[in-house]
Every structure is written in C-alpha cells, then in structure tokens.
Design a protein around this ligand. Structure first.
Ligand code: AHR
Length: 492
C-alpha cells in the first residue's frame, strides 16, 4: 500500500531555525585534538593550528553553530587554564574521557578562531558542577566586555583587543548526572543564581540555556519551568539512541536486522520526548518563547575494537544516515518549540560528521545527510500530513516513511523523506498543493548492506547520488524510496 503525504505549500508553519543543524565538539577522545586541532607545527595542512580539510568540509554543510567545550568536560573545565601562551598552559587530566593529558592548547581564543573559520556561531557551556559563580561571570567578562576591566584587560594582553560576541551560553551540563548529580530543585536555584552573573555587556545579548532533563525525566522539566522559566531563553534536552541500552549499546557495524529495527524505533522515540516535555513547557510558556535545545543527540554505540573506551570512537553507516534523517525531520516538524539541536559529536566521537586517521579524513553517511538537509536551514516550514505504512518492532509500530518540507527564500520547495524499512521499498504519493510544479530534481543516499560505511581505503562507498525514481501526475508526485534510504527532493 502506498504511503500518502499532503504538502500545503501555501501554508507556512513558521521558520525552521538553522540552529537545528548545530554541532557539538567536546574535549573528548580525538574530537578537538587531532580532529580540529593539530597545532601550528603539524605536517597536516592547517591554519593557525586548525586542520584545513575539516574546516573546508564543514563549511560545505553550512554548520550554523558549534557547542563547546562539553558535555561532561564542561563542568570540570576551568577556562583560565586555556588562555595565554600555550607553552605555559596548565596540563591536567581529562578525568571523564580516557584519563589522558589535556594540555589546554585549545582554549577560548582557539575556539573563537575555529568558529570564525567555520562561519559558525559559538555556543559556550559554562561550569556549574565544579566551578564558581565568579569563574563563570569572569569568563563572560573576558569574552564580551568592551572597556577597562581586569578580564577585558587580560584578554587584550592575550592579543584580542575587541571583545567577541557571545550569543549562546549554557549554565552547566547534565546537572542531574556528570554535572553534579543534583536534584532539580537544587539545580533550579543554582541556575537562578549563576545566570544572574552571566551579564549582558554593551550590545552583547546572551541567550541563556538552562540544563534540562535526561531523556524522559519529566519532573525535571516541570521543576525547572516552574522555578526558573522567566530567567531562561532555552532549556536543554539530551537523548541518545543506544540500540542495546546504555550499558550494552551494541556495535556500530556487524549488527542484525532486529537491531536495525530497534535503532529506528529508538530514533522515533525522540518525537514523544519532544511532545511530552513540550507539553510541560507549554503550561508555563504557551507563547513558546523558550527554546527546547536538544544540545546532545545521536546514535551511540560501542567503541571500535582496540580503541580507547573513553574516546567513544565509532564507525558510521547507512543506519546512521537514517537516524540523522528521521531525527532532523522530527526537529523540523517541531520547529515551533525546537530552536536548536546539536548532534554529538562533530569529529571522531559518537555520531560524527567526519572521521580522521592522521592526515586522512573521511566524510560519514551522517555528514551527507546534513549536506542534503541544509536547504531547510532558516526556511519556512510547510504544513504537511502523512499516512505512513507501519512496521512492527516488537510490541510497537513505527512509520515506514518520515518526511519534512520547507520553502526557501527563492521559492524552492524542499522535501526530505526517509524509508526506514531494512528490506522493502516504500511507494509514496505526495499531493503537492499550492505550488507550481515545473523543475523537480532529487538526490538519494542508500546502500544494500545494513552496515554499509566509508573507510579510509574506500571513502566514497556511501554517498548521495542523483535520484530519478519519481513521476509527476498533475499535482501528485509518485516516488519509490528504496529500502534504507534518505531522499531529498527539490521543486523549483
Ligand atoms: O557526548 C558524550 C557525553 O554524553 C557528554 O559529555 C555528556 O553530556 C553526555 O552524557
């Protein structure tokens, strides 16, 4: 039976915030060091220590925003260790991630330099768990104060005369867990206190993000919204897909068909989380002023055999392309509340865009989905409805087809569709209402094997190609989506 989609191209549901296509880079494993930062003396081509190849690749997906320095690392990070001459910077142990030496060579100045190269907005996560109000307040002063002050003077001594602009600031991370094991009432009070001293200097206006719930901890959202909604601009939510559960996640490759289905079912679950946390947020914020900030999401598997278990290095397959495609469609379709999302993590960690091996670099299937979907950034979300065939996964059922659609400034309508079925094609009838249909083109990413992926020897095994398996009949577009595929259609 055909899946049915109706798209009302003349009915806008508001703008899809480009920050939904945001990224997260932590001092974890080989994300910052080796991934972004190789140092000025490296033989790997770099600009001021930052790898040129990864910057070029990330610019191609229009990365809007980068969250740094963690994650769990953020609540142990003391920013003053990461400024001044690099040879003098404090060496410390990265206790969360692999117990390796952190030499602090990548700090605030290097992060801003990276964001400038990427054309991305910085999103800095402050330290509540092991930091102080003064430390957080002085970091903001260091970055953004224009004038005479101890921190601004110190910044100038370190070579940055003008203040930077800082828009997004997170007040702690996973405060219910690695960020301090707090109870919601306690964190709500700390949030109120800490954010008071996250000052707006001059014209710099900071969007304050409170630490949100772990997965389905709805009480956390209730307490935070009740106690502190008036003092926040965003409330975070973290959700990872672990096919076998947190303690036995399962491998990134070499998994069974059942595990494919479970991965898809767990991917769709984020929609329930958005709706249920969103309902609580609506109670206190019916205007949807406060953004739901999904600042960590992605598919998290066991590390690759032989690699440091604290480095979270995993391969990335066509399964991850589907995880990304479905998740981004869900975020787009909830763009009234979801104002930002940051996939974890950009390079060499969890569901990465890029994997590196010394001077080599490969783009993952997830990267390609971000590239195919970038047309949705800041576009008008279009009203749509879908009647999808269902796939049974244990006791549950999931939709075979996921879809979202938007209209760009130039009038082009873009539709992104996923067929999560591991074996069967999906026939889709799309009724395109309210637009003139003339020039239609498409791209697809798909593969035969469940765990098809790119390697350093075969970097283009999984990548988008032209898609032509569609027919237009009046205003009805008939598509055949192969099993395990993500398709992007563009209608000019
Ligand atoms: O992304 C890896 C870790 O997952 C982050 O540091 C933490 O916030 C989350 O638990």
């Amino acid at each position: 039976m055909s899946n049915k989609v109706v798209i009302n191209a003349d009915v806008s549901k508001g703008t899809i915030n480009k920050n939904i296509y945001g990224h997260f880079a932590e001092h974890l494993g080989r994300c910052i060091y080796e991934g972004f930062w190789v140092g000025e003396d490296s033989e790997i081509p770099n600009t001021n220590g930052i790898r040129s190849d990864v910057v070029e690749a990330l610019k191609n997906i229009d990365i809007p925003l980068l969250r740094w320095p963690g994650g769990c690392f953020a609540d142990e990070y003391h920013w003053k260790d990461g400024i001044g001459p690099r040879e003098d910077r404090k060496r410390m142990v990265n206790t969360h991630w692999g117990g390796v030496i952190e030499n602090n060579h990548f700090g605030t100045h290097e992060f801003y330099m990276l964001c400038e190269m990427l054309g991305a907005e910085p999103y800095i996560n402050g330290n509540v768990g092991s930091g102080t109000v003064q430390e957080m307040s002085e970091w903001v002063e260091y970055m953004t104060f224009d004038g005479e002050s101890p921190m601004a003077n110190w910044r100038k001594e370190n070579g940055k005369e003008e203040p930077w602009s800082l828009k997004y600031f997170g007040v702690g991370n996973e405060n219910w867990g690695c960020g301090g094991n707090m109870r919601p009432q306690y964190y709500a009070d700390l949030y109120r206190q800490f954010q008071t001293y996250v000052r707006n200097y001059g014209d710099n206006k900071i969007y304050r993000i409170a630490g949100g719930a772990n997965v389905n901890d709805y009480n956390w959202t209730e307490v935070l919204m009740r106690e502190a909604a008036h003092l926040m601009d965003g409330l975070s939510l973290h959700y990872y897909v672990h096919p076998g559960g947190f303690w036995n996640k399962g491998p990134a490759t070499g998994f069974t068909e059942d595990v494919w289905d479970i991965t898809m079912e767990k991917t769709y679950y984020i929609e329930e989380l958005i709706e249920k946390h969103g309902t609580i947020m609506d109670k206190y914020d019916p205007e949807k002023r406060i953004g739901m900030i999904i600042d960590e999401w992605g598919a998290w598997y066991d590390v690759e055999p032989g690699t440091n278990p604290g480095f979270l290095y995993q391969q990335n397959t066509i399964r991850d392309a589907l995880v990304a495609g479905v998740s981004l469609n869900i975020f787009n379709n909830h763009s009234d509340r979801v104002h930002m999302a940051n996939i974890a993590q950009t390079i060499n960690v969890i569901q990465s865009m890029i994997l590196t091996d010394k001077e080599k670099m490969i783009l993952t299937p997830t990267y390609h989905v971000f590239e195919m979907y970038k047309v949705h950034q800041d576009a008008e979300r279009l009203d749509l409805s879908i009647e999808s065939n269902q796939i049974k996964v244990g006791e549950k059922e999931i939709a075979q087809v996921s879809v979202s659609s938007s209209k760009a400034n130039n009038g082009t309508v873009n539709v992104t569709l996923c067929n999560v079925d591991k074996n069967d094609d999906a026939d889709v009838q799309v009724d395109l209402r309210g637009m003139n249909l003339s020039d239609i083109s498409g791209r697809i990413i798909t593969a035969d094997e469940l765990d098809a992926h790119n390697t350093f020897d075969n970097p283009d095994n999984v990548k988008p190609v032209n898609y032509t398996d569609f027919q237009l009949n009046g205003t009805e577009l008939s598509l055949k989506l192969p099993a395990k595929s993500v398709v992007a259609i563009s209608i000019k």
